[in-house]
Design a protein. Sequence first.
Length: 98
Amino acid sequence: MSEKPFLPGMKLTPYGVKDDPLMGGAFVGCLYWAIRQSDVVAEFEKETGETLFQARSPTERMVDKATGREADLFARFADFVVANYWGIEGQEVDEAAR
């Protein structure tokens, strides 16, 4: 049986959220920070070929939301943040770098 993801659609488990509920809030804060950083968003877009803040018509946005594309894109961004900024559960930590 697979473990429930931190956010629907996420494939990676953010480091620390399984053992400490407060880390979940910290990770959400990290996502909030990351999505407002133009360099982080540009790095995600370059790596994935997706555009987070693409100008779309209201009808297209409704379709994206109804089909789950909006949530899927955010889950992929969250996985990107975990892999590149936060850290993955089970990942070895270099104690000297702390």
